[in-house]
Each structure stands twice: as C-alpha cells, then as structure tokens.
Design a protein around this ligand. Sequence first.
Ligand SMILES: N[C@@H](CCC(=O)N[C@@H](CS)C(=O)NCC(=O)O)C(=O)O
Length: 255
Amino acid sequence: MRSGDNRLPARMGRRRSIRREDPAPISFQWHVSRSAGELPFAINRSRPMIVVHHLNNSRAQRVLWLLEELGLEYEIVRYERDAKTMLAPNSLKHVHPLGKSPVIQDEGCTLVETGAIVEHLIEKYGSQLAPERGSELYDRYRYWLHYAEGSAMPPLTLKLVLSRLGPLGWPARGFVNRQLDLHLDYLEGELAASHWFVGNAFSGADIMMSFPLEAAASRAGLDRSRPRLWEFLEQIHTRPAYRRALERGGPYALA
Ligand SMILES: N[C@@H](CCC(=O)N[C@@H](CS)C(=O)NCC(=O)O)C(=O)O
C-alpha cells in the first residue's frame, strides 16, 4: 500500500490487515463516541468492525488473542517498531497522543490500555471469560487485570532499560532482580491454589498475565524452576486461539 494512502486493501477472507506507515493525520479522539461513519478509515459496512492498532512484538498480541478467544471479527492496522530505538512510529500518535499500542476502535470509541481494553471487550462480548460480577472471584479477576500492567510490568521494563544502559545500569541491577524474584515467587505461589489465575476457569486475567510472564521468561530468568508458571506458559501457548492470534499478529519474539 502506498505511503499516505488510507484506502482499505481488498478484502481477504473474513479478515483484513492494513499496514499504516505514514497515514494522513487524523484528529485525536479517545473515549469519545462517534458513529461508525466517522472512523478514520474508509470503512463501508453495515456493522462496524473492531480495529486493532498493533505494534509488532508488543503487548498488543494479547488483544488479538482475546479477540480470537471470543471469536470476534477484527482488522489490524500494523505499525513497525524502529529497529534502533524500538519505539513505535509517529503515525501511532495520530490515533492516540501517547503513540503506544495496543489501541482499539470499537463502534466509534477509541480505547487504550490493555487492561481497560480487555475489560471492555469481555464486558461487551464475552462474559464467559470473567467470573460473575460482585463475586469474590470477580475481585480476584479485577486484581490480576490491574496487577499485570501496574505491578508486574514496571520491574520488567526497568530490567530492559537497564540492560541497554551497559555499566551505567549496573548499580540498579540487584534491586531490580530482587523485585523480579519477589514477584515471580509470589506468582508461583498463587498458582498453587488454582489452575488459572482466577480459580479453575480460564479468564481474561490469564490473558493479561501472559505478557509479563512471557517477558519474564525472555529476560528475567523465569524457567522450569518455577514449574507452575512454566506450565502456565506452556498451556497458553497450545491454545488454538493463541496460535491463531500469532498467525494474525505476525512475528512475536516472546511466544
Ligand atoms: N500499560 C500500557 C503500555 C503500552 C505500551 O507501553 N506499549 C508498548 C508496546 S509493548 C509501546 O507501544 N511501545 C512503543 C513506544 O513506546 O513507542 C498498556 O498496557 O497498554
């Protein structure tokens, strides 16, 4: 597709994929209701489709996985990280000012933050992936939705940043590694009581927790010595919806 060309490509099967490298600027609109006709793409259909703004090798993979678990139709607008800085291209800032992925557009609303996106999609389309509202299990479910990005990801991100600083990062390595061990030991213990993070039923919480655990396996020493976490990763990687999401999302180094 030509740079700056906003036309949709020809429909392929039931799914579409758009590469958006340098789109014409669109106005920032988030958490604002719009009619489907006002979506930033020339989408002409009776029922609006969910659009996922997907950065390669990123947290956005979880959103694709959830959509596959729910059997929803969606289209992907792809963004490639800068090979040197690993940052998203500026064009993602046309969708939301932070320029981070994932972002979804659903019936005229633009949503950001993986946890909020997961909560939204499950509430609207897939209550089978959450415990009953008001139950004790629901509190646990909501806890993991927040914990994944709020508590587990910060030390993992720090670890990544420190690894790029070379000797400058050495003084902080001990602190970060101890924090990571603290979290991983805690999580290993949590899975002693139940098969999944929220009791014995697979839920959106497991999808949220997948990314920190995959990141921990890739850069924080998570291995078979924490057998329950390891088994969790092995199990999610065999789910058909997870595999389909990988096919749709393209290369994902953490799987
Ligand atoms: N807590 C946010 C984090 C979003 C985030 O940092 N996304 C990364 C992808 S893993 C990103 O877009 N990085 C590219 C950049 O910062 O330019 C969420 O879960 O959505």
